[in-house]
Design a protein around this ligand. Structure first.
Ligand code: SF4
Ligand code: SF4
Length: 372
């Protein structure tokens, strides 16, 4: 975040309210992190008092618990279950509808979403990278998804450097974190008394100018750099550093697929929390009077039985083939589609898997001994 050409400013903790006010003055509805039902989730943010100050998130395989942060910081928690994904790619929505007119002819209509400009405060580097992958899918040339585009273009992203990675985080090994590098409008890095703030877009520059901050000092900028280095070094998980694409695709009959299938419940939690998964199902919902019908799409999962149905048979009839589809798409064939892995190291699929399946462990076991 400090490689931007713009000089960074310093926002004291006592002035965090003014950032929220500046965003609201520009017409943004603000969302920010909040502690709810024992987890950090994104909720309506009216003032800095709503932020989960003084909380951390202890995470492990199948484990998530909020704990106290001894330094009483605003952003000491690592990612909760929600990513930015549902705010651009809606979990369920109508994409078009059809009505019968007075003459009995069918009239098709678009159903564009009602979209409000939305500022999201507290976005992490792994989720910025995941959003770039969602953009690559939904905004690809010639195939722009109008619903996604309408929401995406009205997002204002306030990123925050991760200084306290959870035990499930491994963004350093995917090259996506823990310090935001691109894709944000504003980036904050929290120090003991406030935030080093840098703009990453014209919209961010305008907000920063309105705040009229004192420049960040050389010492503050160096402290942010060191904090990022320390957070990366503190991560204990990593993806294997070998060519996962070739290694995984060369081991489609490895016995480990059976071992992981014996544990996996095919619940789909991992795909629901994953910020890069974009699979969805489409269906028509006719009105009871037979006069109209809505065409809906909703998130789907490669762990669901129906996802593999194809013209009369199921190409993935068992959990082994579904888990293999998930891991090989995410870490291998995604390279063919998008030129990189589909994993940004957020660790959510590890923490929110009810049986604690860890994709870093599975990828390492299946590809052990493969060429680097
Ligand atoms: S595969 Fe898991 S760790 Fe990787 S981006 Fe998805 S949820 Fe995060
Ligand atoms: S890997 Fe875990 S979260 Fe994913 S479907 Fe299997 S049991 Fe559910």
């Amino acid at each position: 975040m400090l490689t931007q050409p713009d000089p960074a400013g310093f926002l004291p903790h006592a002035r965090l309210r003014s950032l929220i006010a500046a965003l609201r003055d520009r017409g943004y509805r603000c969302l920010g992190p909040a502690a709810e039902n024992g987890a950090i989730v994104m909720r309506e943010l009216d003032a800095e008092e709503d932020l989960p100050r003084g909380l951390q998130a202890e995470q492990g395989p199948g484990h998530y618990r909020l704990t106290q942060d001894p330094y009483h910081r605003y952003f000491a928690w690592a990612n909760g279950p929600q990513a930015i994904k549902p705010l651009a790619f809606a979990p369920q929505e109508s994409v078009w509808q059809v009505r019968r007119d007075a003459a009995g002819a069918l009239q098709f209509e678009a159903t564009p979403p009602a979209v409000q400009a939305l500022a999201i405060i507290g976005v992490r580097a792994c989720d910025l990278a995941a959003l770039a992958l969602q953009d690559a899918h939904f905004l690809r040339a010639g195939r722009v998804d109008a619903h996604y585009a309408a929401r995406r273009e009205r997002l204002f992203l306030v990123a925050v450097q991760c200084a306290e990675p959870a035990a499930t985080c491994f963004c350093a090994s995917t090259g996506d974190g823990p310090t935001p590098a691109a894709g944000y409008d504003l980036a904050l890095a929290e120090l003991s008394d406030g935030f080093v703030a840098a703009a990453g877009s014209d919209a961010g520059r305008a907000v920063l100018a309105a705040l009229d901050l004192a420049p960040a000092t050389t010492q503050q900028i160096e402290a942010v750099r060191q904090q990022g280095v320390a957070a990366a070094a503190a991560q204990t998980r990593r993806l294997p550093g070998r060519n996962l694409r070739d290694a995984l695709m060369g081991r489609l009959e490895h016995p480990r697929w059976d071992a992981v299938a014996a544990r996996c419940l095919a619940c789909g939690n991992c795909t629901a929390v994953c910020p890069t998964c974009f699979c969805h199902a489409e269906m028509d919902v006719p009105a009871l009077d037979g006069e109209s019908s809505r065409h809906q799409r909703m998130w789907d999962s490669c762990f669901g039985e129906s996802h593999g149905h194809l013209h009369g048979f199921n190409v993935r009839p068992d959990i082994r083939s579904r888990y293999r589809q998930w891991l090989t798409h995410k870490l291998a064939t995604w390279h063919d589609q998008f030129g990189r892995s589909g994993c940004t190291g957020c660790g959510r699929c590890i923490a929110w898997c009810p049986v604690g399946i860890d994709l870093t462990e599975e990828a390492a076991a299946i590809t052990e001994g493969a060429q680097p």
